[in-house]
Design a protein. Structure first.
Length: 336
């Protein structure tokens, strides 16, 4: 398990606090759309300042820091995009991850309100999860977040001959499509709010395996889940809901599975006895405090217990090859 450096000395504590400087530099570059402006050529500072309508002094200091961090390359007095900046951060490139970057960028102000959320235990007054424009944008962000990892995960999860898969809260369908690509005999259904499914349809349209994907617009908490499936994939949704909501949903999912069916849960589980690691899972709980009524990240043993109470006979963690997982130790398989 990855252990994060503990902050034992004052200097280590100070460095951890002051680490906000580079993220702020990166976000300002995104806000200026600097990487798109740089495109595929080299720029002097005066030309870049003119192009972006910003001060030469400001952009020189920004670019110097971006080059120092390896995001830009400096040649003489000119700057150009490094490989990631030229692709994933560049709005003119097909691999641009604009929606996901915008999600990360927009959370800077939200995280600054953390103290209030800690005081009240309540989330920020935020976008309505049912607002269609917000949901479409969020779904693109989710696709851009998991487009690489989904195929690695899908190739390693053995569906054991299952013919039908429900991707519950599947958003853009990235995981459903990856499972379909890895399992040629599989039919999948992606269940989510209608605007998320519009994005899923757009992503699936040019893909061969997209013909085996069906769409189920439904609030799965409020409504009965129609049909029965050999496998249910519940990825990155557990953390949105409270323990009670998840336990209630697990009982409902048990009756949406065929005999011998399996529920696969992917999330940022807390793994150690004291509940302190992995750090990424606990930091994600902070995101849930900011944005959800009752969400959190959960200890893997608690989730196992909820599953057994819901009628799942065998529950085990699935191991992924290191570096190919969505979350460290983040996959549970529960069988009826
Ligand atoms: C964080 S995203 C995860 C998307 C995808 N499963 C993944 O792993 O990348 C959570 C998704 O769950 C959906 N969701 C949450 N609660 C829902 C509900 N009650 N009914 C339908 N969809 C829901 C959201 O709309 C969103 O698309």
């Amino acid at each position: 398990m990855t252990r994060v450096p503990t902050l034992r000395s004052f200097d280590e504590f100070r460095d951890a606090v002051f680490a906000y400087r580079l993220p702020r530099v990166l976000l300002t570059a995104l806000e200026l759309d600097l990487f798109t402006a740089l495109g595929s050529r080299s720029w002097t500072i005066p030309a870049l300042a003119k192009r972006l309508h910003v001060s030469q002094r400001g952009i020189e200091i920004l670019c110097r820091n971006l080059a120092g961090a390896g995001v830009l390359k400096k040649q003489g007095a000119s700057y150009r995009n490094g490989p990631v900046a030229g692709r994933e951060l560049n709005g003119s490139h097909p691999l641009y991850r604009g929606a996901y970057l915008e999600l990360l960028r927009s959370q800077w102000d939200d995280w600054s309100c953390l103290t209030d959320c800690v005081k009240t235990g309540r989330p920020l007054d935020h976008e309505d999860p049912d607002d269609p424009a917000y949901r479409r944008q969020f779904s693109w962000a989710m696709h851009q977040r998991s487009m690489d990892v989904a195929s690695h995960v899908a190739k390693q999860v053995n569906l054991r001959g299952g013919k039908t898969l429900l991707d519950l809260g599947g958003g853009p369908g990235t995981y459903a499509l990856a499972f379909l690509a890895a399992n040629p005999g599989l039919q999948a259904t992606v269940c989510d709010r209608a605007p998320a499914l519009e994005v899923a349809r757009q992503i699936a349209a040019p893909l061969k395996q997209g013909r085996r994907l069906s769409y189920l617009p439904l609030d799965f908490m409020a409504k009965t889940i129609p049909g029965r499936y050999d496998a249910i994939w519940y990825s990155n949704v557990l953390h949105i809901y409270s323990p009670a909501d998840n336990q209630w949903l697990f009982r409902k999912l048990a009756s949406a599975l065929n005999p011998g069916g399996r529920l696969l849960i992917q999330d940022g589980f807390v793994l150690d006895r004291q509940g302190l690691y992995p750090q990424e899972a606990n930091l994600f709980a902070v995101t849930m405090l900011l944005f959800t009524e009752g969400g959190n990240t959960y200890h893997v043993e608690d989730v196992r217990a909820w599953l057994r109470e819901a009628g799942f006979a065998s529950v085990r963690s699935l191991k992924m090859k290191k570096g190919t997982e969505d979350w460290e130790g983040g996959l549970l398989e529960a069988r009826l």
